[in-house]
Design a protein around this ligand. Structure first.
Ligand code: ADP
Ligand code: MG
Length: 257
């Protein structure tokens, strides 16, 4: 039996400013398949279309042309409400600017996607959020407002939030872009661990070649086209599975940066 791909793009094009004098095509026909459990880096120069591609894959925007099939569903066939539901159940996002809600605690931020999907709180949600907060090593911080957390800790909350709906695919747009090297490493290790534990697929935009080398596959975008797409032998020293969240010291409320 052939396992259904997590994501399949065929001939995806995207223009901005359609119908205006400023109309410009920024993606020129992208073909791409991502299988279950793949841990993939998306690299390329600034302006090459990485964020545009991530927004399309994340169903935040629609392509100008081409087919996008995610978790077996053809996105073009859906109206906006159905697209929103598919997004909520299928895709988790981690952005560079974590965009957590600062007026809410870490735990509440993680619960929010569940609340939005179900329309009411229940005990199960609380439990699931607590489990994820524990998994990212932040139990001691769960009742803190997110602006009391360091950048690395906030990004861990964002990862927990991205996982709460058990998405098939996590999209991360420069998730470590604002972090110092140590925090970036630990956030990256955490994503890798989640990927291994749950076979969640990841597509991670990064400017950092050292992080890209720790992925199983590296896709390079140049001028709106896939320039290269290659399997990568993820570097062994980064694959020891010793993740920061299993370190009890992580749970203590000391800022890590
Ligand atoms: P990257 O993430 O690789 O830096 P982007 O996807 O952000 O690239 O941008 C690709 C191109 O599309 C750039 O030329 C950028 O200026 C343009 N672009 C991005 N978003 C918009 C938008 N909302 N409206 C018009 N042009 C845009
Ligand atoms: Mg970008």
């Amino acid at each position: 039996m052939v396992e259904q791909a997590t994501l399949c793009l065929q001939g995806i094009r995207k223009s901005y400013g359609v119908g205006s004098i400023a109309e410009a095509e920024v993606l020129h026909g992208i073909d791409l398949t991502i299988n279950k459990g793949e841990f993939t880096a998306l690299i390329g120069p600034s302006g090459s279309g990485k964020s545009t591609l991530l927004n399309l894959i994340g169903l935040l925007d629609r392509p100008t042309a081409g087919r996008l099939i995610i978790a077996g569903v053809e996105a073009a066939s859906l109206d906006d409400a159905a697209l929103t539901r598919l997004r909520a159940s299928t895709v988790g996002f981690v952005f560079q600017h974590h965009n957590l809600l600062q007026a809410f605690t870490a735990q509440e931020n993680v619960m929010l996607p569940l609340l939005a999907a179900r329309g009411h709180a229940d005990a199960g949600m609380q439990k699931r959020a607590s489990e994820l907060i524990a998994a990212v090593g932040l139990t001691a911080w769960s009742d803190h407002l997110t602006n009391e957390l360091s950048g690395g800790q906030q990004q861990r909350v964002a990862i927990a939030r991205a996982l709460v709906m058990q998405p098939a695919l996590v999209l991360a747009d420069e998730p470590t872009g604002n972090l110092d090297t140590e925090s970036a490493n630990s956030v990256f290790r955490l994503m890798r661990q989640v990927n291994r534990d749950s076979a969640t697929s990841f597509l991670i935009v990064t400017h950092d070649p050292r992080l890209a080398r720790r992925c199983d596959r590296i896709i390079e975008l140049v001028d709106g086209r896939i320039f290269s797409d290659r399997a990568n032998q993820a570097q062994e020293e980064d694959m020891d599975g010793q993740i920061a969240m299993s370190d009890p010291a992580r749970g203590k409320p000391t800022r890590e940066q």
